[in-house]
Design a binder for this molecule. Structure first.
Ligand code: GCO
Length: 476
C-alpha cells in the first residue's frame, strides 16, 4: 500500500472566527472589541469594510449548522467573542452572550458535529485596550484566564477541543510591527513585550485548564509555513534558518518547552529588544505545554540573505490589487524572495501543498506533539451563476492537493487529529473585505440592503461531502 488511510475518527472539519462571521456587533449586550474600533480608521481595510453585519451568523447559525449537517461535517471550529461574554473585559458576565454560544454548541451536538472552540481570535475588548493597553499589560493574564475559566466550566461537558490563542504570531506582528491590525503600532520593543505577555496568558489558560481537570484537549493555533532558501548559497540557507527561528521557533519553542530559542534571545538582548522576564515567568511558561499543535497553514516562505542595512518590515497591501506586495524582512537576518517554482493565488499567496507536508514533519520532529490542522484554504474571487451554482474547481484542486499532503504526512508517521478548512461560509477577510472568499458556502452580500445574505453551496461543498463520506478515500 502506498499510503496509510486516514484514522477512523479523523475530524473532517471547517472553521470560522467570531468577528469574521457573526455581525450583531452591539446586540444582546456585546461590548466593543478592538476590531470594531480599528476598522473605522481610514485605509486600514479594503474600502473600509467592517464586521458590523458580516455574514450575520449570529442570527443564521441554525441555517449554517444545518448546511454543515447535510454535508456530513465532523467538526466545526469557531471562536467566542470575549466582548460578548464580558463586555468590558474584566467586569460583569453577560448571560445573553453565553446563551448564543450555548445554542450554537447545542445545535452542533444535535448533529454530532464536534465543536472546536477558539478562546481568542484577535478581538480583545476595547475597554481593556483603553484601560491598560491590552496585551501590553500583565493584567491581561489574569483577565484572560478569568474569561477562559468561565467558558471551561460552562462547556467542559460539551467541548473536547479548545484552541487558546489563534495565530499569536500574526496578531502580534501585524498589530505592533506593521500597524495593519489593532492596536496600530510600529514598535519592535513594544512588540516583543506584548508577545511575551501573550505567551504568559496562553500558558496561564492552559495551566488553569489542567488545574480544573478538564476532560478535553487544548492547544494554540499557530500560523506556520516552512521556510525555503532561495538557493543553495550558504548565506541564503542561513537566512532560511533565521526565518524559522524568528517566525516559528520564537513561538512554538515557548509553547512546548517554555524557552526562547537562543538565537532569538541573544539577538533581542544585543538590540535592546528583550522583554522583561520576571521571576516565575519561566515556570509559568513551562506549565503551559499544549496537548496538540494547532496548525494554520496557507503558504511557505522563500527567503534570501538581507544585509544589515537591508529591507525592513514592508507594507501590507489592502488595495485588492495583485502584484503590489513588496519585499520584507529583518535587516541582517533574512528577506523575502520570489520562489520561481510556485504558483500564486489571486492575492499573491504561494500555493504549495508540499509545504504542508514539510510543516507537519518539522513540527512532529521538533516537538513530538499531535497536530490539529485548524486552518487551510484558498481565498479567491468566486462567481455566482444564474442558477445558483458556483464552480470553484480551483478551490477543489487546492484542497485536494492539501488533503493528499496530509495523507502523505500521516504515512510519514505524523499524528494528525483532524483537518479544518478555512472557511465554512464565506466571511469577512480582516483587511480584504468580502471579495476574498474562502468558504464551501457562498454568501451573497449584494443583497445586503434587504439583509438577504442568501447562502449557496459551491461545488467544493459537494466535493468535501464525498471526502468526508469516504474518510478521505475518494478525493477526485
Ligand atoms: C484573511 C485571512 C483570515 C485568516 C484567519 C486567521 O483573509 O483575512 O486569511 O481569514 O486566515 O482569520 O486565523
Amino acid at each position: 500500500k502506498e499510503h496509510d488511510a486516514f484514522p477512523k475518527d479523523f475530524l473532517w472539519g471547517s472553521a470560522s472566527a467570531a468577528y469574521q462571521v457573526e455581525g450583531a456587533m452591539s446586540e444582546d449586550g456585546k461590548g466593543e472589541s478592538v476590531w470594531d474600533r480599528f476598522v473605522k480608521i481610514p485605509g486600514k481595510t479594503f474600502k473600509g469594510t467592517t464586521g458590523e453585519v458580516a455574514v450575520d451568523h449570529y442570527h443564521r447559525y441554525k441555517e449554517d449548522v444545518r448546511l454543515m449537517a447535510e454535508q456530513g461535517l465532523k467538526a466545526y471550529r469557531f471562536s467566542i467573542a470575549w466582548s460578548r461574554i464580558i463586555p468590558d473585559g474584566d467586569g460583569e458576565v453577560n448571560e445573553k452572550g453565553l446563551e448564543f454560544y450555548d445554542n450554537l454548541i447545542d445545535e452542533l451536538l444535535k448533529y454530532d458535529i464536534e465543536p472546536v472552540v477558539t478562546l481568542y481570535h484577535w478581538d480583545i475588548p476595547q475597554a481593556l485596550q483603553d484601560k491598560y493597553q491590552g496585551w501590553e499589560s500583565r493584567q491581561v493574564i489574569e483577565d484572560f484566564t478569568r474569561y477562559a475559566e468561565i467558558l471551561f466550566k460552562r462547556y467542559n461537558d460539551k467541548v473536547n477541543y479548545w484552541v487558546s490563542l489563534n495565530e499569536q504570531n500574526i496578531f502580534i506582528m501585524l498589530g505592533y510591527r506593521m500597524a495593519a491590525h489593532p492596536p496600530n503600532v510600529t514598535d519592535e520593543k513594544r512588540m516583543y513585550a506584548a508577545n511575551h505577555i501573550a505567551h504568559l496568558a496562553n500558558a496561564s489558560v492552559i495551566k488553569r485548564f489542567r488545574e480544573l481537570g478538564m476532560k478535553g484537549k487544548i492547544g494554540p493555533s499557530f500560523a506556520y509555513g516552512p521556510t525555503y532558501a532561495l538557493d543553495s548559497h550558504p548565506l541564503n540557507q542561513l537566512a532560511a534558518e533565521n526565518n524559522e527561528e524568528f517566525n516559528a521557533h520564537l513561538w512554538m519553542d515557548i509553547y512546548v518547552r517554555g524557552e526562547y530559542p537562543s538565537v532569538v534571545w541573544k539577538y533581542l538582548e544585543r538590540h535592546d529588544l528583550a522583554p522583561e522576564i520576571k521571576p516565575g515567568d519561566t515556570e509559568l511558561l513551562k506549565a503551559g505545554k499544549p496537548d496538540f499543535m494547532g496548525l494554520n497553514y496557507y503558504q511557505t516562505a522563500t527567503v534570501e540573505a538581507n544585509p544589515l542595512d537591508g529591507v525592513g518590515a514592508g507594507k501590507i497591501n489592502t488595495t485588492g490589487k495583485k502584484g503590489t506586495s513588496e519585499a520584507s524582512g529583518l535587516p541582517g537576518l533574512y528577506k523575502s524572495a520570489k520562489n520561481p517554482f510556485i504558483e500564486k493565488t489571486d492575492w499573491d499567496w504561494d500555493i504549495d501543498p508540499t509545504g504542508l507536508r514539510v510543516a507537519m514533519r518539522r513540527i512532529n520532529s521538533r516537538y513530538q506533539l499531535p497536530i490539529l490542522i485548524t486552518e487551510n484554504g484558498l481565498g479567491a474571487y468566486d462567481d455566482l451563476e444564474e442558477d445558483g451554482s458556483i464552480h470553484d474547481d480551483y478551490r477543489i484542486d487546492f484542497l485536494r492537493n492539501h488533503v493528499k499532503a496530509i495523507q502523505e504526512a500521516i504515512t510519514d508517521g505524523v499524528e494528525v487529529l483532524g483537518y479544518c478548512t478555512w472557511s465554512y461560509t464565506d466571511l469577512l477577510s480582516w483587511m480584504n473585505g468580502y471579495q476574498k472568499r474562502y468558504g464551501f458556502v457562498y454568501v451573497d452580500r449584494e443583497e445586503l440592503d434587504e439583509k438577504e445574505l442568501k447562502r449557496y453551496k459551491k461545488d467544493s461543498y459537494f466535493w468535501y461531502k464525498k471526502v468526508i463520506e469516504t474518510n478521505g478515500q475518494e478525493l477526485d
